[in-house]
Design a protein around this ligand. Sequence first.
Ligand code: GTP
Ligand code: GTP
Ligand code: MG
Ligand code: MG
Lengths: 277, 292
Amino acid sequence: LFGASSIDESFWDEMEEILIRADVGIHATTQIIDKLKMRAKERNAKEAEEIKELFKSEMVEILTVENGNFINEDSLNVLLLVGVNGVGKTTTIAKMAYKFIGSDKKVLLAAADTFRAAAIEQLQEWGKRLGADVVRHQRGGDPAAVVFDAISAARARNMDILLVDTAGRLHTNVNLMEELKKIKRVVLKELHVDSVKIGLVVDATSGQNAISQARLFNDALGLDFVVLTKLDGTAKGGIVVAIEDEFKIPIWLIGTGEGLDDLRHFNPQKFVEALFG
Amino acid sequence: SLSSKLQNIFSKLKAYGKLGEKQVEEVLREIRLALLEADVNFKVVKDFISNIKERAVGVEVMESLTPAQQVVKIVNEELTKLMGGVSNKVTFASKPPTIFMLVGLQGSGKTTSSAKFANYLKNMGKKPFLVAADIYRPAAIEQLESLANELGVSIYSDKKSGACKEIVRAGIKQAIREGSDVVVVDTAGRLHIDEEMMKEAREVKEATSPHQVLLVVDAMTGQDAINVAESFKEKLGFDGIILTKLDGDARGGAALSIRAVTKKPIKFISMGEKLDSLEVFYPDRMANRILG
Ligand SMILES: Nc1nc2c(ncn2[C@@H]2O[C@H](COP(=O)(O)OP(=O)(O)OP(=O)(O)O)[C@@H](O)[C@H]2O)c(=O)[nH]1
Ligand SMILES: Nc1nc2c(ncn2[C@@H]2O[C@H](COP(=O)(O)OP(=O)(O)OP(=O)(O)O)[C@@H](O)[C@H]2O)c(=O)[nH]1
Ligand SMILES: [Mg+2]
Ligand SMILES: [Mg+2]
C-alpha cells in the first residue's frame, strides 16, 4: 500500500480510503487529511512512511482524552450503561462485573430493562454465573423504581459497585430518552454526582449513525465514558474517532467477544495500529 | 436534502442550458458526500459515481433546460435500479412446511424478527411455527418463548440440547405434527469470520433444507456491511435480507452496498420493537432515505 514513496494525490486518496473504510466518516477524514497535508508541508515531509506515522499520531491524539478515575475507592459507585438496541449493554455489564469481582470489589446488578422479552432473565443468568445478586422487579415495571431499590440494597449490603442495565432504545425516541433522564434524576437524588458514571455502549459495526447516538445521549444525560463492543469482528470501529473528535468523551473499555473475559481497556495506540493494519 | 443541495449548486453556477464538466464534478462531489455520510460502501460509491458521471455528461443533461432536475432524476433512477425491484413477495415451498432460517451478526434483530415474521405469516392466514435454535446466548430461548407466547404461535425449544441440528430437526417434526405450514428458525448471532459458527450454520441449513435463508442486518451498519454479506453469501448462502431498526435516523446505506454486491433482495424492513412492525420493502423509499 505504501510502495510509492512519493507524496502525490494518489497517496492522499489511499489514506482517505483507509479512514473511510474504517468508518471514520467523510467529514472527520477530510479534516484529518487537511491537517496532515499542512503538517507534511511544514515538515517538508517527502516519505509516505513518515506521513503515515504522522497520521497515526494525529489519530492517537484525538483518541487520548483526559479521564479521571471511573471508580472511587471509598464509596458506592453507580455505573449506568445506555445505548441503542442490541449493541451489547447487558453482556458488557456482565463483563464489567467479572472484572470488578476479579479485583475483589463487591458488585450488585440492577435489571432496569423492564421492557424487552427475557431481558431480566438474561441478566439473572449472568448474575448466576458471576455469583452476583440481581435486583429486579416485574417485567413492565418502572425502571427508575428498580434503580431506586438497587441503590438501597447496594447501601444496605455495603456494595462497592452497582451496575445498572437499561433497555435498548433509539436516541431519536423522545419518550424513551425522557425515561433515562428520570432514572438519572432518581440516582442523583440518592448519590453525589461524582459517584455516578453514565456510559454509552457503541457497536463497532455501526457507521455514521453512532455520531447521532453519541450526540443525543450526551445531550440528554451527559456521558462519562464510551464502551466500544464487537471489535472481534472485521469492523474497525473508526466511528469513535469522529465521536472523540466532536464530543471528547473518553473511551474506557472495548468488547472483544461474547465471554465474561472479553473486555479490555481501550488503548489508543493499539487501536490506531489495528485500524491501519 | 440532496435535491435542494443540488438545486443550490446549479443556481450558484447559473447552469442554464449547457451543463459543463465542472458543474458535473461539483454535483458528483455532493452526491458522493451524501452517500458516504449514509454509510454506503466506499467502493460501491466509487462505481456508482462513475456511472452517474457517464450519464450526466451525456446528451440528455447537456441539452436539458433544467440540468439540476435531470441529474437528480438520473441519481434517483440509478439508485432505485441498484436497490432492486419490489421483490417483497414472500414465496412458499411447493410442499409444506416452508422453512425460513434467520441468520446474522450478534444483536442485529434476528430473534425479534423471527417473531415478527411469524406474526406477519399468521396475518397472511398461514399457520407459523417457531424454532428456538440459539443455544448459546443466556435466555435466548426464553426470549423467543416469551414472544411466541405473546403471539399465540407454537414454538419448539430444548434447553437441555447442545446440538442445533437436533433441535431444528425435532422442531420441524413437531411443526409437521401440528399441521403448521411455515417454520421460522431463529439462530444464534455469529461472526462471519467465526469458522466454527459458520460451519454450524451450514449444518443447520443442510439439516433443514430451508426454502429461504434470510440475513438480518442492522440498518446502522457501516462500511463493514459488505464484508459481512459477502462472507455469509460465500460461506452459507442466503436468499434475502431483513433490514432492522429503520425507525431511527440511520440512513441505511448498508442496504445499498449489500444489494449492489450480493444482488440479493431486501425482503422486509423492521420499523420498531413491536411485533407488528415488520414491513414490506420499497426500493424507491429506501433510495430517498439514503440520499438524505
Ligand atoms: N462478538 C461479540 N458479540 C458481542 C459483544 N458484546 C456483546 N455481544 C453479543 O451481542 C448480542 C447482544 O448483546 P446484548 O448484551 O444482549 O445487547 P444489549 O445492548 O443489551 O441489547 P438490548 O438490551 O436488546 O438493547 C449478544 O449476542 C452478545 O453476546 C462483543 O464484544 N463481541
Ligand atoms: N428500535 C428497534 N429495535 C429493534 C428492531 N428490531 C429489533 N430491535 C431490538 O434490537 C435488540 C436486539 O434484538 P434481538 O432480536 O435480540 O437481536 P438478535 O439478532 O436476536 O441478537 P442475538 O441473538 O444476540 O444475536 C432488541 O432490543 C430488540 O427489541 C427495530 O426494528 N427497531
Ligand atoms: Mg440488554
Ligand atoms: Mg437472538
